[in-house]
Design a protein around this ligand. Sequence first.
Ligand code: ATP
Ligand code: MG
Length: 511
Amino acid sequence: MARFTRVFGVRKLPVQKMRGLRVRLTLSFVLFFSILMVAIGLFYRKTLEYDMEADMRAALEEEWGAAKGYLRIENQQPIWVADRTDPEENFIVARLRHIDLVADANGEVLEVSDTYRSIGIDSRDEIRRILSLSEPSEIHKRWDSEGVAYLIKAGRTLDDKGRPYFFAIGRSLESVQSTVHDFTRLYFAVLPGLIILSGGLGWLLAGRAIRPVNDVAQAAQAITGSNLSLQIPLRGAGDELDHLIDSFNRMTARLDESFEQTRRFSTDVSHELRTPLTAIRGQLEVGLLTAQTPEQYREAMLNALEDVEKLSSIVRALLLLSQAESGQLVLQKTPLDLAAMAEDVADQFQIPAEEKHVALSTEVRSGALISGDHTQIERLLSNLLSNAIKYTPAGGTVRVRVDLADSSGWARLAVEDTGVGIPAENLPRIFDRFYRVRSADTSVVPGLGLGLSFVAWIVQVHGGRIEVASTPGEGTRFTVLLPLAESAGDPAAREREPALHLEDGELPLST
Ligand code: ATP
Ligand code: MG
């Protein structure tokens, strides 16, 4: 079921809606911060592990060199030669033998420490593989049953007769593992606290960022249909928000102007309708109260009918204009020869021009083929021509010209007269509905002030441009540019700005 509620007065925005943005900003900040902190933690953990392991590898390499110095193999027996009186040397050898394995070339174990046994003794195949390597040694990693990691350096050593033996020593990575583990535990224990803190910070920052938006929203709420001229003050920060405020202010200014136009229009319509209505009423009263003979009745009726005719012509024109401007008037565009049409319409105006003693001439060049609606283009021509003749006193001239504009892709129509002209301050409003210049020269000229509104609409729906140049007391020139038919679907052909350009020395005009 369709519903419509009209709300009067200023409606406050729901508070929850405004919070929503702040919450979303905070959550995004927290999410970003959490992902960043977890990534940093994992990266640091990996780096720590890698660095500590690299140190272990370097130490193991050193020990391997020392071990080879202390180990002799004689008669298939490994002998560790160390000065028994030197406690330091004894300590080193004991450390080396803590994780070690000595085996012969067949994989027969000659010596193995308990710790090494817990990691697992190398298989015979593995021993043969190591002995056959071109590099005398390699380092690899192994784990015992409890998950403790060890670095093992295995390689080749020779006995007193120069026969190869398998020899390996190792180092526990337990300290590395426990350091990394401690770091991870500590880091991820602190992280939730940091995230909560970041949430608080995010909430504060989002609040600060949004406050000006709320201020602007409040200022905007104060603007209603009746005070559209109110502007939201710019903050002077020159940021996106100022840009938004500026756009908003421009929008309300445009709305204000269009409201003003509508208001003016309503006043003008009532005024325009009231004049013939009053006249009709007057005629009817005459008929009813004072007329005595059938002739007098008849005259009153005829006068009333004339005014009814005027009334209905206003209503017809208004209806047509509103249909046109709301897009209800369907245009039927066909290829039209603007030059031929201008000649035709000018022919129709020859008699009224002669009656007014105005010389009407045409000067057209062929090739101005446009795509347009025949009825509307004819209306455009006759409105411009009727104005030119209407507002030119006896003895004046009206000239219609059609040619191609300097910029390619445009046909140009110019209607020039040597009439009363239009004062500069009235120029911007002559295309408004019902607008007429009020002056001693024109007040006696009949008209509704709707002709140029039609002209403007017709030019607009044909994708053209219109310009007016006028000097009061000297004359007026209307110039219309319309896209040529072959370039109607190809805007690139009219890429250059069309020049609504006026040649010198013909009429001393000012825009
Ligand atoms: P309508 O065309 O509806 O019968 P109108 O001619 O007064 O009435 P518009 O054609 O819209 O209305 O023109 C608006 C006003 O612009 C005119 O009233 C007139 O003051 C001025 N104007 C238009 N064309 C000329 C012109 N060629 N020379 C001088 N003033 C003009
Ligand atoms: Mg007119």
